[in-house]
Ligand binder design. Structure first.
Ligand SMILES: [Zn+2]
Ligand SMILES: [Zn+2]
Length: 312
């Protein structure tokens, strides 16, 4: 399975503002020495020496994660604004696509990009929408309706299916997808994709609670020894304590959780929109430091950023 990240911000799209861009450039100029500009090689070396928060960005699009199962079959978790970029990339291939979209919940940051998803307009493609929420078709269709949007979903010419998930896992190609309710205002579902004995879990908008740590058969079957856990790590610990019941977790709680379940890769996701790249990078470094001290059998921490790819 190849996992690609198209939108990693929480709550609201967060474009890089002109003042933040200017401050990145200014910080870079303060670091440069004449010798760094002497040759192409020196310039490349200088760029490589910069911290990622200066020459890059985690991106500003909201939640969208692709799991490619085959060249012509992919699972898409959520339709935040990142799904627009995914759609553009798929349309550029000029081949029909089969996308199985799974909604975690219907807060705007997980739905807002759907009207701009190019493959949904291509009659040679196929899109299937999934959610355990009864009648979710009405919720999704409602956002593409006047006065919120000029056209309805009827203009989307790709054949589409609406699949209301039961409690049972569903097959997608040679993988299976299971779901589980997580703690979030109004409810949120996490999904677990399993193929060839390897598990990948997408658990955005999650305020972890005691019951998630309980060592029972149901939790173990879902979480234990997953290859990768993509999880809401929106807050610092301070902010998480201040914002109890807001429905998001701190990076340290996410690390404790991944460690407790023997998970191999912890992907910090759903970044807080008020945090700039430097602060998010600091959270990542703190999570690495924390995980090292947990001594948790080689748990790797990864920072979700637009364009990141992980092979499982
Ligand atoms: Zn969200
Ligand atoms: Zn939410």
């Amino acid at each position: 399975m190849r996992i690609r990240f198209w939108g990693v911000r929480g709550s609201v799209p967060t474009p890089l503002t002109p003042s933040r861009l200017r401050s990145k450039i200014s910080s870079i100029l303060q670091r440069v020495e004449p010798s760094d500009l002497e040759s192409q090689e020196a310039r490349e070396r200088f760029l490589a020496s910069l911290p990622p928060y200066l020459f890059s960005s985690v991106g500003g699009n909201t939640s969208c994660v692709e799991v490619e199962l085959r060249d012509d079959l992919r699972i898409v978790f959520d339709a935040g604004t990142g799904i627009r970029e995914l759609g553009r990339a798929l349309a550029a291939r000029k081949r029909p696509v089969d996308c199985r979209v799974f909604f975690s919940h219907f807060h705007w940051d997980h739905l807002q990009g759907l009207p701009f998803f190019a493959p949904a307009f291509d009659p040679s493609s196929r899109i299937a929408y999934h959610s355990p929420v009864p009648g979710f078709r009405e919720i999704v269709e409602a956002q593409m309706r006047a006065p919120w949007f000029p056209v309805t979903m009827d203009v989307m010419r790709a054949p589409r299916e609406w699949i209301e998930l039961s409690g049972e896992p569903i097959a997608v190609g040679d993988a299976t997808v299971s779901h589980r309710t997580m703690n979030h205002p109004g409810g949120c579902y996490s999904y677990m994709v399993e193929r060839d004995g390897k598990k990948v879990i997408y658990s955005t908008d999650t305020e972890l609670e005691r019951s998630d740590f309980l060592r029972n058969g149901e939790n173990a079957a879902y979480f234990e020894n997953a290859e990768a856990l993509i999880i809401d790590a929106q807050y610092t610990l301070d902010e998480a304590l201040e914002k109890t019941d807001w429905g998001h977790s701190s990076f340290s709680l996410a690390a404790d959780f991944a460690s407790a379940w023997g998970i191999r890769r912890l992907v910090l996701f759903h970044h807080e929109p008020s945090y700039d790249d430097r602060k998010i990078e600091t959270i990542f470094k703190s999570a690495e430091w924390y995980v090292e001290r947990l001594a948790s059998r080689g748990l790797e921490v990864i920072l979700a950023r637009e364009g990141l790819e992980i092979e499982v």
